[in-house]
Design a protein around this ligand. Structure first.
Ligand SMILES: O=C(O)CCC(=O)C(=O)O
Ligand SMILES: [Fe+2]
Length: 307
């Protein structure tokens, strides 16, 4: 079975010179490049996200999801998909066996659960450190469009999601349906290291074993379009585990008005995708889900394929 690489990001920040470190950096970049083409995903260690902060995030997730459903539902905002969501999953497909709390990095209107006093501060702290990690490392795997570089990341429209998958003793199937993220990329922390996250490659599902203090970097649709299909948006799902599982997921998106299209340096023949706005694609996906369209009709990036 093909192994999913674990890349050490410390290599890129260490203030060291020399041929040995230069060689290791090049090797890691080659590993990342291969993983992005094959899986659309790799794991990283020494990523700059403080393990103490992540353990606080886990404590908060425990405290919040243990609260009664009735209380948690007060934090639902169905018109924008943010806040607390119980279950969900596309209509016509199996329901997802999970609950989550989603918030946008810059959204001041988020309602925070008062019964978990440190929830908000921990979340906001993680926004900052995630953003720093991205700034430091995204150049190793994100081919940024030169023309729109300036406006693409100026405005932070990123969003975060806490997920809780209750332990399943009588069910072994998927608890989060297979999908690709409509983002540039997504950073997943398998908070309590309970396995479940799987990625599809050549028709086979591969478990992404949670290595201590690691994060999953999973490429989204936007990188697939920018690279004209060279890099894959990871097809991923979560399968049931006897133990409850917590994850913390950071969705990194381009500024809404960014026009997304294959970058010229990746197009040798024909562009495979038509151009679109990042916000238009996210809205289309959300509306499609909200209106309960058929499972088969889920909007994916194939919607923009050139005929
Ligand atoms: O819970 C996980 O590990 C993955 C969640 C996920 O794929 C998502 O939020 O898009
Ligand atoms: Fe996802």
């Amino acid at each position: 079975m093909a192994a999913i690489p674990v890349v050490d990001f410390a290599l890129f920040v260490e203030d060291k010179a020399g041929t040995d470190i230069a060689r290791k950096r090049l090797e890691s970049l080659a590993t990342i490049n291969k993983a992005c083409r094959e899986f659309g995903l790799f794991q990283v260690i020494n990523h700059g996200l403080d393990s103490l902060l992540l353990s606080k995030v886990l404590q908060n997730a425990h405290s919040f999801f243990e609260l009664p459903l009735e209380y948690k539902c007060k934090f639902s905002t169905p018109n924008n998909g943010m806040g607390f969501v119980h279950g969900s999953g596309a209509k016509g497909g199996p329901p997802d066996r999970k609950e989550h709390f989603m918030f946008a990095a810059e959204d001041k209107s988020t309602l925070w659960p008062d019964l978990v006093p440190s929830f908000r501060a921990t979340c906001c702290g993680s926004v900052k450190t995630n953003a720093e990690t991205v700034r430091q490392h995204d150049g190793h795997f994100v081919p940024k469009p030169r023309s729109s570089r300036r406006n693409c990341f100026d405005k932070n429209e990123d969003y975060f999601n806490f997920l809780h998958y209750p332990g399943c003793s009588d069910y072994q199937g998927q608890v989060l349906a297979p999908h690709q993220d409509g983002t540039i990329f997504t950073i997943v922390s398998q908070l309590n290291r309970v396995p479940g996250y799987q990625v599809l490659k050549d028709g086979t599902w591969h478990l992404v074993v949670p290595v201590e203090n690691s994060l999953i970097i999973n490429l989204g649709d936007i990188i697939q379009v920018w690279t004209n299909g060279l890099y894959k948006a990871a097809v991923h799902c979560v399968v049931a585990n006897k133990k409850q599982r917590f994850s913390f997921v950071y969705h990194h998106v381009a500024e809404g008005k960014t026009r997304i299209a294959p970058l010229p340096e990746f197009v040798s023949d024909q562009p495979k995708y038509k151009s679109f706005l990042q916000e238009e694609y996210l809205k289309l996906r959300f509306e499609n889900k909200r209106l309960g369209n058929n499972f088969e009709k889920n909007i994916t990036i194939d919607y923009y394929l050139v005929d």
